[in-house]
Each structure stands twice: as structure tokens, then as C-alpha cells.
Write a protein that binds this ligand. Structure first.
Ligand code: ZN
Length: 282
């Protein structure tokens, strides 16, 4: 995308600048590696969204690396745009389904993967920084039943049909206009999270990863303590960990959204100081 005519205060400039930083932050904090991606809804044209082209998030540098897509079908706004991600339909279909969502992140973070693979163990909010995960347990989307005869079963959400089905997993009723879930796991694949803006979505992605690590370690520790698992199970707390209650989860979500600007400023500074990352718009 051409940013040469934009001033520092232009909403599009701000969105693109923060999108590039967010790509770096997600890499720095282990949410993405060479795979995984983040998108933002166009601040002036809500029927479009923007994400980087086919490249590792850490390598995104300038507006030239970014591509605008139509929300309607995830086709490029510029017919001559370079190659993009095959999984952009995750983003396009979520933006189409939920007008209140302005940022989408998709990740294969290794700390979260066990919860997208294991059967019978649910990812839950286990500490106050992850209240947004809720107390019911994070839902799991399974692409496998959606495959038709002859389709390559590579687990990628690479068409509108798969993207729409994933988007639907964020609510419990077809008539709902806003997502009830902030995060949905993807069976044998990873997870996708949403937010009203870049800061909210990045916060959720990073703390989903940290929360998963904390839950895993809690379960391991409980397994090492004689009777540890049984005590928690008897109290209905889960297998070796104490999840937030519904009231705690709701309270912590309000707190999270009130304070997430503080880590964002730190995260931006961190990646500015790392020689791996360049952001031409900062
Ligand atoms: Zn993926």
C-alpha cells in the first residue's frame, strides 16, 4: 500500500504503523514464527481489511509489504497486489460476520497447541491477566468434518466456507452480531483471537499463550503432588488447576481492557530496540 501521501495523524497511517509494530510484537513474544498473521479493518473503509503479504511477520517493514482485501470475498483491492496468505479467509470471514471486530490474529503458538490437540482437557482462564478467556473453557473448531470429497486435508482455512464456519464458532447463536468468545482454538492447528482494535487483540494473543503455559505447568505440578489432582477434581476445579470463576473472569476482563495500553507501550518500545525489526512508519 502506498503511504507517501499520508500524514502522521491520518487514521490510516496510524493503523498501518501499529499493524507493522504488532507484527513485530507478536513475533517477539512467541505468538507467531514464520507462520501466523494479524489483520486490521481499514479505518476509513470498513468493507476492507489489511494484512501483510506472503512473508514472515518479523520481516514486515513498510506499507509496501501490506495488502488491502475486500471483506466480501477476501479478493485484493489492487488487482496487481502481490501474493498474500492462503489463510486470509480467517480474517475476511470474521470481519464479515462481526462488524465490531477490527483486528484478527491467527497463531500456532506451541504453548497453546496441546489444548488444540488433547481431548478432554479444556483451556481456561487460570489467572487474572487472561479473564477474557472466560470461565466456560475455550471452544475448539474442527475443520475436518467440513472437507468434501477430493479436497486436500491440510487443515488450512483457505476458502470462504472454512472461514465462515470458524467465524460462527465465536458465538452460540446464529443471530448474534458480536462475538461471545475472544479466542477459539483450532483442532490440530492453533488458535484465532479477535479484538475491537489492535491493542486488544495483541493483548489477548500474548496472554492466551502465557495462560496456556501456566495451565500446563499447574497440571504438571498437581500431578507431582500426592493427591493434588484428586483434590482439585473433587472441588470441581479441573484436572490439576484452579480456573477463574465466572465472576472473577468477568471482573478481570474489565480490568484487562482498562490497563492493556500500558503493556502495549512497552511492547512497541521493545521491538523498536531490537535490530531484527524495522518499521518505516515510526
Ligand atoms: Zn494456520
Amino acid at each position: 500500500m502506498d503511504t507517501s501521501s499520508l500524514s502522521d495523524e491520518d487514521p490510516l497511517f496510524v493503523a498501518l504503523r501499529d499493524l507493522i509494530s504488532a507484527n513485530h510484537i507478536l513475533h517477539y513474544h512467541g505468538v507467531v514464527d514464520a507462520y501466523g498473521h494479524i489483520s486490521v479493518r481499514h479505518p476509513l473503509h470498513p468493507s476492507q481489511y489489511i494484512m501483510c503479504g506472503y512473508m514472515a511477520p518479523a520481516m514486515v517493514t513498510s506499507g509496501r509489504d501490506l495488502i488491502a482485501y475486500h471483506v466480501s470475498d477476501s479478493s485484493t483491492v489492487d488487482p496487481d497486489a502481490k501474493k498474500g496468505y492462503s489463510e486470509r479467509f480467517i480474517h475476511g470471514e470474521i470481519f464479515k460476520r462481526y462488524p465490531s471486530v477490527n483486528c484478527v490474529i491467527h497463531s500456532h503458538a506451541e504453548e497453546v497447541l496441546p489444548y488444540a490437540v488433547s481431548m478432554g482437557v479444556t483451556l481456561k482462564a487460570v489467572y487474572h491477566m487472561a479473564g477474557f478467556l472466560g470461565s466456560r473453557g475455550v471452544k475448539v473448531f474442527d475443520i475436518d468434518p467440513l472437507y468434501r470429497e477430493g479436497e486436500q486435508r491440510d487443515m488450512l482455512v483457505n476458502n470462504s466456507r472454512f472461514g465462515a464456519a470458524l467465524a460462527e464458532k465465536f458465538v452460540s447463536g446464529a443471530e448474534m452480531q458480536s462475538p461471545e468468545e475472544s479466542v477459539v482454538l483450532m483442532r490440530r492447528h492453533g488458535f484465532t483471537c479477535v479484538g475491537r482494535d489492535i491493542v486488544t487483540a495483541v493483548y489477548r494473543a500474548i496472554y492466551t499463550r502465557i495462560n496456556a503455559e501456566a495451565q500446563t505447568k499447574s497440571m504438571v505440578i498437581a500431578g507431582l503432588v500426592p493427591g493434588g489432582r484428586e483434590v482439585l477434581r473433587d472441588e470441581g476445579m479441573g484436572i490439576g488447576f484452579q480456573a477463574l470463576t465466572e465472576e472473577q473472569s468477568e471482573g478481570c476482563t474489565v480490568m484487562n481492557e482498562g490497563f492493556q495500553d500500558k503493556p502495549w507501550r512497552l511492547w512497541v518500545r521493545e521491538v523498536e530496540k531490537q535490530p531484527l525489526y524495522y518499521n518505516d512508519l515510526r
